[in-house]
Structure formats: C-alpha cells, structure tokens
Design a protein around this ligand. Sequence first.
Ligand SMILES: [Zn+2]
Length: 310
Amino acid sequence: MINMQKKVNLKQFIFSTKGSSSIVVVCSAVMILLTAALVTDIGYAAFERYKLSKGAKEVAKIGAAELIKNRETAVRMMKENAVQKVSSLSEMDIKISDNHREISIRLGKPFEYIFLGYAGIQSKELKEGVTARLSGISQYKGIRPFAVEKQNFRFDQDFILSNQKSERPNSIRIRELDLGNGDFESSILYGFRKNLKAGNGVYPLNEFSKEQTEQCIKQLLDKCKHKPRCTPENYQRDCSRIMILPVVGKLQDENQEIMKIEGFTAFFIKNTNTTKQGLVLEGRFLKYTVDSRINDAVPDFGLMGIELIQ
Ligand SMILES: [Zn+2]
C-alpha cells in the first residue's frame, strides 16, 4: 500500500504540471549558472587583457620619453616599470629602431579561467604589444609668449635667453609675442590658452612692462615646489620651469611683421633677472616630449610628441 502510494506520487510528480515546472526551474538555474560562469570568465579575461595592454602603453610612453635622451636608460626604465606595473609578467620583448624614433614592447602573462577551467578549458598566455613613435609636433596648446629663431639647438650647456641683442657668449635672442589683448602675462603664467600650429603666423609685442614680465617669470619659478628642486638634468615632468616656445623662421621687431612658426622647443628656466639690457632667462634647452599630435614634416628642435600604434 505504501509502495503503491510512492509510485503514484512519483508518477504524479513526473507527469504533473508542477513536476515539469520544477525540471524547467532546475535546468534554467543550471543554464543561468553556466552562462554566468562563461560571462564572468570572458569578462575576467577581457579585463586582464585590458590591464596588460594599459601597462604596455604606459611602459612604451616612459621608454619613448627617455629614448630621446638615452637608449640604455630607456631600456632599463622600461624593464623596471613593466615588472612594477604588470603582475606575473612572463614575457618581455623590447625593440628599438636604428634611428631611435620607434620603440616597441611586447608583454605576456599567464592567464587561468576561474570557472571554465572546471569544464576543461585550458589556461592560456595573454600577450599585448604596442609601438611608440616619436616625431616633431605639429601643434601645441600652452606655449609661453616668446619666440626663438630656428637654429641648431644644443642641449648640453646653459644659455641665456634675452629680449635684447647681446654679445654675451651663449646668448640667444627671444621676442615677446602679441597673442591678443591681455594674453601676454597670463600666457607666461599659464601658457597660451589657444592651440598654435606649425605654419601659423605670430606677431611681436611692443608694449609691455618689463617689471611685470619679470614678476610673472618669478611666479612661474616659485610654482615649482618639487623636492629635490628641479634642474635641467633632473626634473619632474610638466614642471612650471619648463617653457614650450614657438620656433620661428626669423625674429621680427616691427609689430606688423609676421613670424612663421616652424616648430616648437622646450627650455628649462634656472633663473631670471632683469637688467638695464632687458629680460634675461638663464637655463637650458631640453630634449623633451609632450602629449601632442606628431607630424614627420615638422622638425623637432628637441621637443617631440609620442604616438602609440597598436
Ligand atoms: Zn619643478
């Protein structure tokens, strides 16, 4: 009697609507779990790949910024940073072009699925590579309002930038720029608010206060609070002492005469003083990189942009 009752119950369970619902619920739950596991693992793999790619890009940029100064230091810094930025690094391949304008890095790390491993799907090796290309920049937003004439800039010795003609050795003339009403002093402090391109024309500025200009430069130097104090050999990136200047074909004095921008250069200001002769900026031209669009047709004058190619 009891057995009969059990058989009936089982039959009822299998053929009743209630039983079908339960099987559907169980199957659905399994499907949902499997889908969730798949989505989680695919998402996890994508996230790990993204982190590896981000690490490779950061390392390539660090290497490129150093490559314009020193090849060996660039390679060493890339290796150190790759180990710091990517956990469980299993592969690192660095290639540098003969002209030092391209640096490629390929990084690899092992990857294991969290759930799919139970389904027999093998762990794999994630690999990501990127190439950083260096070239002259075609435009820049944030120049300081002084033009310098194009020449073979030297980066291994100090120069004096002066707005007056000078017989002093290592003296290079600069010319204040008329960038619009009231923009001169704010451009010294914060950089010119508009984008200037190679090929654009700029005009000399004839009316300005020397004292005010010197005050602005001193404020700029005071903004560098870095410790140890920045020097041309050892500085923090984007330090206020580093000016990006437009390089023009020929300096002009008359305010109607246009000066064509041929490229851009970077100058580190060590000190300033105003003499009877005018404004004097002591410092050094830098081999430096900035985030800006590059163009192989624009000469670099020591300042270059970095473009990442995947
Ligand atoms: Zn600084």
